[in-house]
Design a protein around this ligand. Structure first.
Ligand code: GLU
Length: 499
């Protein structure tokens, strides 16, 4: 085995790469980085029917976005290439010849119908389904007869019929499998492509992988891999099978839980470092209560020993909270860079913004950083910074804007705002509080309707700082508009709204 710690991420470019795959990649990467070892990217595209270039793109984008750089891989090369399995077919065929010569592999001519029938018979007898060895001992004549029928063989590996295979897993512990329960697996398909079992074993050996870190769904496959290693004379690498990732309702993670393709996280307003932090805490514990841990600290503190085998739960609320913490501590200029194209795409900000407008946008961002969990807030509920075209939310209506008496307050406030000479948070605050006193109401009875009218919401950053950022004429215009709508009863809550 390699002296160095070498791990790999070996995705199949079939379907979309979701957060569970990224989680696996992260843990393999962390193991390598923690030990100063190597991290390899290997593309397992031996499913020639389902592999697509689009899925491959998503893999690259996802890994790059979250910052899991690889030391060896298809694009960067390395001493053990090629790193794409479809470019390694000769390698697998060399090993196949060895197995065939040793009688450890054989041609199987069973048709899909025959295999199906095999399963039916086993089911009827109450037996677990497995390949029954129908071609395990064919004579040359029998093989020829099948070929004459036009059948083309796949190749199966002869697994042990008795005894046990014991996997000593770094996370799952010792797991024992009865060899009699598995049938001989296909290692080379009729198409000549190897199956996952065969390619993975050969590549992990040739690429000097020290730790195979992958999802627990591959644990039962490990018995086959270990038997192959034994026959091929390969040393068995260390195995660490990561727990399954479940949705909050404890069912297998799916799109339903917001576990979308990894590239969607950027679209959904997440920062890569937040997803990095969030995923690291799924199944790994730093040993204390820390939840916001920098990338460097995670690398320093990470250990497979501190990984749990119980299912990790994907808690979207927690992901959002962590993201909010990272947004808070980010440099406003960086947030600006990420937010600008978003609000431009949404038609909320001009494409050719002047330096002055960008400086203004930066003020908005500083004001919102405390409470912007996701960068999407600038396009959604905080769009009032950029446009008069915002919704009056139900809560704003039911608490304030739906009540006719609010019109009077808003009217007085409009006049006060229109005549204000200094437009800064302090002056705005004294004006609003002064007005409340004059009206003989609590300050909140002016502050809340004001926010509701000017932003359409009941929550947000300090009202006076918010008003300060908006131009005076915008505020006056919005107050005038709301006064009218309230007086006409047009902002009454939707019928049946209980809030
Ligand atoms: N290609 C396999 C998959 O995407 C991973 C195999 C492995 O990590 O050993 O599930």
């Amino acid at each position: 085995m390699a002296d160095r710690i070498r791990t790999r991420f070996a995705p199949s470019p079939t379907g979309y790469m979701h957060v569970g795959n990224l989680h696996t990649a992260l843990f393999a990467w962390l193991t390598a980085r923690h030990h100063g070892g190597d991290f390899i990217l290997r593309i397992e595209d031996t499913d020639e029917v389902r592999s697509t270039p689009e899925a491959l793109d998503v893999i690259y984008q996802g890994l790059r976005w979250i910052g899991l750089e690889w030391d060896e891989g298809p694009d960067v090369g390395g001493p053990h290439g090629p790193y794409v399995q479809s470019e390694r077919l000769d390698v697998y065929h060399d090993y196949l010849s060895k197995l065939l010569e040793a009688g450890m592999a054989y041609e199987c001519y069973a048709t899909p119908e025959e295999l199906e029938q095999m399963r039916e018979v086993q089911k009827a007898r109450g037996l677990p389904p497995k390949y029954d060895g129908m071609c395990a001992h064919l004579t040359d004549e029998q093989r020829q007869a099948y070929r004459d029928e036009g059948r083309r063989p796949c190749i199966r590996f002869r697994v042990r019929e008795t005894g046990k295979t014991v996997v000593n897993d770094l996370i799952q512990g010792e797991v024992t499998y009865e060899n009699a329960l598995i049938g001989d697996p296909v290692i080379v398909k009729t198409s000549g492509y190897p199956t996952f079992h065969f390619a993975v074993v050969i590549d992990d050996f040739l690429m000097d992988v020290s730790h195979v870190i992958r999802g627990v769904e591959h644990l039962p496959n490990t018995q086959i891999h270990m038997q192959l290693q034994e026959v091929l004379g390969f040393e068995t690498p260390l195995y660490a099978h990561l727990p399954i990732v479940l949705g909050e309702d404890k069912t297998k993670l799916s799109k339903r839980h917001g576990a979308v393709s990894v590239t969607d996280y950027a679209d959904q307003g997440y920062l890569p470092e937040a997803i990095f932090n969030f995923l690291a805490l799924m199944g790994w514990s730093p040993g204390d209560e820390d939840e916001i841990i920098s990338r460097e600290d995670i690398v320093r503190r990470f250990s497979l020993d501190a990984c749990s085998k119980s299912p990790a739960v994907f808690d979207l609320g927690k992901a959002e909270w962590i993201n909010g913490e990272y947004v808070k501590q980010s440099d406003p200029d960086r947030i600006l860079e990420l937010v600008l194209p978003r609000i431009q795409n949404a038609g909320l900000f001009e494409e050719d913004a002047s330096a002055e407008r960008l400086a203004w946008l930066r003020r908005v961002i500083v004001l919102m950083q405390e409470r912007a969990k996701l960068l999407t807030v600038f396009e959604s509920w905080a769009r009032y910074f950029f446009t008069d075209d915002y919704e009056y939310e139900e809560r704003a209506r039911s608490k304030w804007l739906g009540k006719p008496e609010t019109a009077e307050t808003l009217q007085a406030l409009t006049a006060r705002m229109a005549s204000l000479e200094a437009w800064d948070a302090d002056s705005l605050e004294s004006a609003v509080r002064g007005l409340a006193e004059e009206l003989g109401v609590k300050a909140g009875n002016v502050i809340h309707p004001c926010r509701a009218a000017v932003t359409g919401t009941t929550v947000g950053p300090s009202l006076f700082h918010l008003l300060e950022v908006l131009p005076q004429e915008t505020v006056v215009h919005r107050l005038t508009r709301a006064t009218q709508l309230v007086a006409e009863g047009k902002l009454a809550p939707a019928e049946g709204d209980a809030s």
